[in-house]
Design a protein around this ligand. Structure first.
Ligand SMILES: Cc1cc2nc3c(=O)[nH]c(=O)nc-3n(C[C@H](O)[C@H](O)[C@H](O)COP(=O)(O)O)c2cc1C
Length: 401
């Protein structure tokens, strides 16, 4: 496949496999790609900017605080003026920084500022790869929609060790780059989807609010998975500590009423997946000023009122999407409650899960769900939230035919 005209931002990390990045540049350029390299300062210990610059026929960017580079393109434009970011070799350190949103050098700042897809080719000692910290970072990055090629099993360049940790060969990385640009399995192309995610915050006064433990991880992963299958996705997100998924239009809201308004403003749509943990109640009239503790007076009494039921509103709306999926977070009678919810809310599918504290699902990385529809029930094994999202997106595509 030709990569003609494709602009690749290649980040070279400080690993022994950096020498292979020289060959990678050649292979990408042979196929017509433009390669703009960034080297970490550790990478410069392994290969020289002179060699990288000569092979790529491009300026090599190394310093976040370079006045000339910042005036020339600047780190934000570097992050955006490309079609794909490839990290090869990706060190354990770079992946950790990316997973945690650090931005203290050019490579990590660019990665934090990006809105382009990223392909990571890890390379490290097998012990570093197997370390639970690295495993957690990989899981996080996968959930964030980052693609991986490798690592491969084999002999390490140094120390005679063998195992999982070798960087993929340059031609394998090129194939993964080509795959990113190859029209993919996109059964939802031409479909529109609305996804809600995260908790809502219901104000008590200007500084206090009622919230819940939802992290938004599952909803965000579903929005990203639907987008990968080709859907045009609007994600209406409550307050979460997650980055916006790539290739998804995100509307940020706080309260349930704002979430409902944002969802209704995006109808009609083909698909609605209501994952957010919307507060059932809000304070009937939240105070305009901070409620003060008055000596001698007891605690304030909060009068609660019901919040809009967004799933039911969408499920019974005149512009009802063809497929309405709701989530049911239950702590008991998961099946019966899920089935009742399916009927009451006018949904086609309920994804029910047991969020009792001992399951660790709320806020955690894993999910164990039961799919309830009028056709029957399906129990899925415990999966990562990213895997649940992938499977659910495929299921939605199949249901829409
Ligand atoms: C000889 C040598 C080889 C190294 N190889 C690797 C490697 O293959 N993978 C890795 O993650 N770190 C490796 N390191 C450690 C990284 O260079 C170090 O973590 C560095 O801070 C990474 O910086 P960077 O992520 O900014 O490139 C190596 C260090 C040395 C001294």
């Amino acid at each position: 496949m030709s990569l003609h005209g494709k602009r690749i931002l290649l980040i070279i990390g400080g690993g022994i496999a950096a020498y292979k990045s020289l060959d990678l540049i050649r292979r990408l350029k042979e196929r017509g790609a433009e390669v703009r390299p960034i080297m970490t300062s550790a990478a410069e210990q392994f290969v020289t900017p002179l060699a990288v610059g000569a092979l790529s026929a491009s300026h090599v960017y190394t310093d976040l605080f370079s006045r000339e580079d910042e005036q020339d393109v600047g780190h934000i434009r570097l992050a955006r003026d490309c079609d794909l970011i490839v990290i090869a070799p990706a060190t354990a350190d770079l992946m950790a920084k990316m997973a945690h949103g650090l931005a203290n050098d050019l490579a990590s700042a660019v990665l934090l500022a990006r809105d382009r897809p990223v392909l990571v080719a890890p390379a490290m000692n097998p012990r570093m790869w197997e370390n639970p910290a690295t495993a957690r970072n990989v899981e996080q990055l996968t959930g964030d929609g980052i693609r991986f090629i490798g690592p491969m099993r084999g002999e390490m360049a140094e120390s005679g060790e063998a195992g999982l940790g070798r960087m993929a060969e340059p031609l394998e990385i090129v194939a993964a780059v080509e795959a990113v640009f190859t029209p993919q399995h996109r059964p939802l192309a031409g479909r529109t989807a609305i996804v809600t995610s995260g908790p809502t915050h219901e104000p008590i006064d200007p500084v206090r609010y009622i919230a819940n433990r939802s992290s938004g991880k599952q909803g965000h992963a579903i929005a990203a998975a639907l987008a990968r299958l080709g859907a045009e996705v609007t994600l209406v997100s409550g307050p979460v500590a997650l980055r916006d998924p790539d290739c998804v239009h995100v509307v940020h809201v706080e309260r349930a009423e704002e979430m409902r308004d944002a969802v209704l403003a995006h109808l009609p749509a083909d698909i609605a997946v209501m994952v957010a943990a919307v507060a059932d109640w809000r304070v009937a009239s939240s105070a305009e000023q901070k409620i003060k503790k008055q000596p001698g007076e007891g605690p304030p009494v909060l009068q609660l009122t019901e919040n809009p039921d967004i799933l039911a509103t969408v499920g019974h709306h005149a512009n009802r999407p063809r497929l309405v999926v709701g989530f049911a977070a239950e702590t008991q009678n998961v099946s019966a409650n899920g089935r009742a919810k399916l009927e009451r809310k006018g949904a086609d599918l309920i994804v029910a899960n047991d969020v009792s504290p001992e399951t660790g699902i709320m806020g955690g990385e894993k999910n164990s769900v039961r799919l309830i529809s009028r056709q029957g029930e399906e129990n899925w094994p415990e999966l990562s939230k990213a895997e649940v999202a992938e499977r659910l997106a495929e299921k939605i595509a199949a249901m829409l035919g």
